[in-house]
Ligand binder design. Structure first.
Ligand code: G6P
Length: 573
């Protein structure tokens, strides 16, 4: 019997998959691999430096030990009467806080938590409008302290807030960063209210139960004790002493790892009850950055609305995060049909919202286990760096020459320009319209591929609907998995798997003329230039890695342009 306060996990697997999982578990038992994980033994993975990245295993113990300090901070934030908390960060520093903020919502007596993880000038401006700058607590969150986005967002908001609150502006800022980082220096120099430290042996995507998730949760008035205690139950369930059949992290990881390594079911399709939908974006980063490398790994598919089984290939595994009391009957029904059709479905049944902390821990453990099955190092992200280097080259060129390097489209069609990646140049030779280009790209989509729509535009309800319409049309027509992502946010998440993972991706990058631009203090480049450089850097690396990619740039009026583009995509399919 499982402890009833733990998440209940159910798996429906085809018989051969179930058998392979059992064999995998037997081997783990024989080799004592769970004990090896807890002994920080890198031989569980590739034998490189994995032992240095396992601080997340018992971070919950440490946080529970620090609860008094965390709650004291929570009370101080409350007492200062802030109306908003604006968190500035990317990837592991933003996706966890976003889940916590969205799942729990506004807490009476506490500020509302907003998470900004974009360089899109319009999006930055929207967030500026959303908050009361004079009554906002800014959390600048960056483990390395060197990431471009949190640095320029900090510079921008520090300036803007200073206009309202004057010289005491530093007292409206805190940072969460690793000891010795550049951001720590910035915080000291600019008189930040507080500096909270991360742990050097925890990577960004495993950091949500460390200060990177818990400090924003404290500021927003979330129930810290309940969350940490819930996570602790899962930590115990994954402990070295727990029997393998009770180890929920191991069980899940074995199913995941086997799906990829033995059955080529690498498109992990994440379905979540409405109130915990944001968990999907967090899980995407964990899965994609941890496993998507050296041509292997998991391609997470988030927010792809469910449909009938005939739309899915045998490259899928479904992960259902189901919250009691918030169940969407249509999701239940669609997943039952998928099970009946022989697709593997794993369900994590959450009894209450606090159990999202258990999902964090269980899926971290499971990802580490799956990484071992797949045969990769689940703690590095070699290909994220590649696009950062390209972006840096472009922003440096801008600073030197006052303009971006020239690039030439292969097709110009009204307000649209089409750029081709290396493997597309020849194929698009005879294309003379946007429709031709799209048809050429879509004609290359094969069974087992996935299509990624990568849009460097403001992420809001309208654009999320817009991208959703496009990706579902692609799925329905091509019968392949689809990803709908916003840049630069995904660069710190699924971007790793798109560049370094299985070479089955077909990418449609979309950029627009910015409606407005914002300056970056002390730099020649603007937010708009940074975003353009990020899009180009991403495109260049995808192209260089022989990924099938085209970029469509929409000139002029954005709304009208995006509307025409979606219609053209739908008709080209
Ligand atoms: O927290 P930071 O050091 O600023 O890093 C933010 C993000 O940067 C990179 O893109 C990494 O690939 C991510 O894993 C990380 O979460």
């Amino acid at each position: 019997m499982q402890d009833e306060q733990l998440i209940q996990m159910q798996s429906a697997l085809p018989a051969d998959h179930q058998k392979a999982v059992q064999e995998g578990l037997n081997a783990w038992d024989k080799e004592g691999k769970v004990q090896k994980i807890w002994a920080r033994d890198a031989s569980v993975w590739t034998g490189k430096d994995e032992s240095k990245w396992l601080g997340w295993l018992d971070i919950v113990d440490e946080q529970l030990g620090d609860l008094a300090t965390l709650e004291a901070f929570q009370n101080e934030v409350k007492a200062r009467g802030f109306t908003d908390v604006l968190l500035l960060g990317m990837g592991g520093s933003s996706l966890g806080p976003e889940v916590l903020g969205e799942v729990f919502g506004h807490q009476t007596g506490f500020p509302t938590l907003h998470v900004l993880d974009s360089t899109d000038p319009q999006q930055v401006f929207t967030f500026q409008q959303k908050v009361d700058l004079g009554k906002t607590l800014f959390i600048v969150s960056s483990k390395s302290g060197g990431t471009l986005e949190p640095n320029i967002l900090k510079a921008y908001f520090y300036n803007e807030a200073k206009k309202v609150v004057g010289d005491k502006v530093g007292s409206h800022f805190v940072t969460v960063t690793d000891p010795g980082s550049h951001m720590e220096d910035v915080a000291k120099q600019d008189g930040f209210w507080k500096i909270f430290y991360g742990k050097k042996d925890i990577g960004g995507r495993y950091s949500v139960l460390s200060n990177f998730g818990i400090i924003p949760a404290a500021a927003a008035g979330l129930p810290l004790r309940a969350l940490l205690q819930s996570a602790h139950k899962m930590q115990k369930a994954c402990a070295a002493e727990t029997s393998l059949t009770q180890n929920l992290g191991l069980q899940l990881g074995a199913i995941w790892g086997t799906a990829v390594a033995q059955f080529k079911r690498d498109k992990f399709t994440i379905i979540a009850s409405p109130a915990i939908n944001s968990l999907g974006a967090w899980l995407e980063q964990l899965l994609a950055e941890s496993t998507g490398k050296i041509g292997k790994g998991i391609v997470p598919i988030d927010e792809e609305t469910l449909t009938t089984p005939d739309h899915y290939g045998n490259d899928r595994l479904f992960v259902y995060l189901r919250l009691n009391g918030n169940v969407d009957a249509a999701q239940d029904k669609a997943l039952e049909a998928l099970k009946a059709a022989g697709h593997p479905v794993v369900t994590l049944n959450l009894q209450d919202k606090n159990q999202i902390a258990q999902v964090f821990y269980q899926t971290e453990f499971a990802t580490a286990v799956a990484g071992s099955f797949i045969g990769i190092d689940p703690f590095d992200q070699p290909d994220v760096e590649a696009s950062k280097i390209e972006t840096k080259k472009i922003t440096t060129a801008y600073n030197e020459h006052g303009k971006l390097p020239d690039i030439t489209p292969v097709v110009r069609d009204g307000n649209f320009e089409v750029y081709a990646g290396k493997v597309e140049v020849e194929k698009l030779q005879n294309a003379s319209s946007l429709t031709d280009a799209l048809k050429t790209l879509f004609s290359q989509v094969q069974t087992g591929d996935y299509v990624g729509v990568l849009a460097y535009i403001e992420r809001d309800l309208a654009t999320r609907d817009w991208i959703q319409k496009i990706r579902l049309a692609i799925r329905d027509k091509k019968k392949v998995a689809t990803a709908a992502e916003f840049g630069p946010r995904f660069l710190h998440s699924t971007g790793q798997a798109y560049k370094g993972g299985p070479k089955t991706g077909v990418f449609l990058q979309i950029t627009v003329d910015d409606v407005k631009d914002l300056p970056v203090p002390a730099e020649k480049y603007t937010f708009g230039i940074v975003k353009e450089a990020q899009a180009r850097g991403d495109f260049d690396v995808l192209s260089e890695r022989d990924r099938r990619v085209i970029r469509i740039h929409v000139k002029g009026d954005m709304k009208a342009g995006l509307e025409t583009l979606s219609k053209t995509i739908l008709s080209a399919l």
